[in-house]
Design a protein around this ligand. Structure first.
Ligand code: SF4
Length: 461
């Protein structure tokens, strides 16, 4: 069923899946292993919040293999037979896994598999990576390419949708496959389309378009490339004078933290300013291994942000999201976005309401550290870009004042700045200090002054 191709031309390792994923290979050569000796981090007060994912049935695999990212890739779980040998599946999962090869392949690293609670059919890790029969159902409003990327590709594999930045899809392979992937049409090679990135043309395009100051490498997962292949791409981009800023979008630190080797970090740091967006959805994903991987990236000077996708039964709960955001900060990762799940084909069962997303932001803003509050966005279907969505804090707004509420629901008036509010002399005519108000009186005062309109939200200018 697995359709992963070797991808050898880009240095992506081939996959030799074994039914139980316990095949020991290359015992004498482990250039990619990570030294997981205890680090100073492990003695800090927050250690207990970052348990290891453990070894599970791979307990007898030598450290040298387990900590080798290529071993993890070779031993991914990619078939119904291998998965059923490890855990009981529900009928809908069994049907989903059987058919995944027609849509989006299944692959789960042994490391990530150990986060699944095999006795809980509602485990939030499980539903992210184990296909279900519902994936084969397409709702009328679902799309193969919900973000309209294919329409904005001047060169195969290069999306130029915003004026000053491009999205460079460097591979269609990932360490594991998310069942809600917005690029499931191309990712894994099993879907209806195939990605054929034209690297030379894409780099020439960026070189010729001097307005492009920001290049985001994504896919698929760019960190599946070998260090050498990734460096080839980064060095060519860095040589372009008008490219100010490089970014990598990756879920490798979550699916395969063993890939974040000291050698990779040493290579990446040569191409600063280089930022990285990781992708964690649930606090269980923030393990000791992931924390250490993020620590290596942060120590290499790479600013880290996190993008979560709001998923039904996974993280559509304010307490779960808050825990995730707190753990991200402890890992030196800034929560960046919560995405409303794109209406991609076969994801209806994983999507939740926009009001749930708003409720989560409402529960975070003011109730916890500002750094822990990401922006909640909808990627506007058809290529409209990210639109911020959030609770409404401005109750009314006219030329004299803004009526706002805080996280506790208390209402305040803030004096708007305009020509008539400029003090004539120092110390005289200064706008009044913001003060708490009753909500109805404040809104009425503001709106009736200018328009006499009593709606809750006014923007009169
Ligand atoms: S890691 Fe990213 S590109 Fe890969 S399957 Fe998951 S969401 Fe899609």
């Amino acid at each position: 069923m697995q359709t992963d191709e070797p991808g050898g031309q880009w240095g992506i390792p081939s996959v030799e899946a074994s039914p139980l994923g316990v095949k020991l290979s290359h015992p004498s050569q482990h250039p990619n292993r990570v030294n997981l000796e205890p680090s100073p981090l492990q003695s800090s007060a927050v250690d207990e919040q970052f348990p290891s994912a453990g070894r599970g049935i791979w307990a007898r695999v030598p450290d040298v293999d387990w900590n080798d990212w290529r071993w993890q890739l070779r031993n991914r779980i990619t078939s119904l037979e291998a998965l059923e040998a490890l855990m009981p599946l529900t009928p809908t999962e069994r049907a989903g896994v059987s058919q995944a090869g027609q849509h989006l392949a299944m692959a789960i690293t042994p490391y990530f598999f150990n986060l699944i609670n095999v006795s809980d059919p509602n485990c939030p890790i499980r539903s992210q990576v184990i296909p279900r029969a519902e994936e084969m159902v397409t709702a009328p409003w679902e799309m193969a390419d919900p973000c309209g990327e294919d329409e904005h590709m001047p060169v195969p594999g290069l999306v130029h949708r915003y004026p000053d930045r491009v999205l460079f899809l460097v591979t269609d392979r990932c360490a594991a496959y998310c069942r809600y992937c917005t690029r499931s049409r191309v990712v894994s090679g099993a879907g209806e389309q195939h990605l054929h990135t034209e690297f030379t043309e894409a780099i020439n395009y960026i070189r010729e378009h001097t307005e492009v100051r920001d290049v985001l490498l994504s896919g698929g997962d760019p960190l599946l490339f070998s260090d050498e292949r990734l460096e080839q791409v980064l060095s060519q981009l860095r040589a372009i004078k008008h490219v100010e800023f490089l970014r990598i979008g990756t879920r490798i630190p979550i699916f395969l933290p063993q890939r974040i080797t000291p050698e990779l970090c040493a290579m990446l740091r040569k191409y600063h300013p280089l930022w990285m967006s990781i992708h964690a959805n649930h606090p269980k994903e923030a393990t000791r291994e992931v924390r250490e991987a993020c620590g290596r990236l942060a120590d290499a000077g790479i600013p880290l942000g996190n993008q979560s996708v709001l998923l039904r039964g996974v993280n559509d709960d304010a307490a779960v999201m808050k825990k995730l955001m707190h753990k991200l900060l402890m890992m030196r990762v800034r929560p960046y976005y919560i995405y409303q799940c794109d209406p991609v084909k076969g994801t209806h069962h994983l999507r939740t309401t926009v009001s749930k997303g708003v409720e989560i932001i409402e529960a975070l803003r003011g109730h916890t550290t500002g750094y822990a509050v990401p922006q909640y966005v909808i990627d506007a279907p058809g290529g409209g870009g990210k639109v911020p969505i959030g609770p409404e804090y401005v109750l009314a707004h006219d030329k004299q004042r803004v009526i706002i509420r805080n996280y506790e629901g208390k209402v305040f008036e803030y004096p708007e700045l305009n020509d008539t509010s400029t003090p004539a002399k120092s110390g005289s005519g200064a706008p009044p200090s913001p003060r708490p108000l009753g909500v109805e009186a404040a809104v009425k005062s503001c709106c009736t002054t200018q328009e006499g309109n009593g709606h809750d939200r006014q923007t009169l200018d």
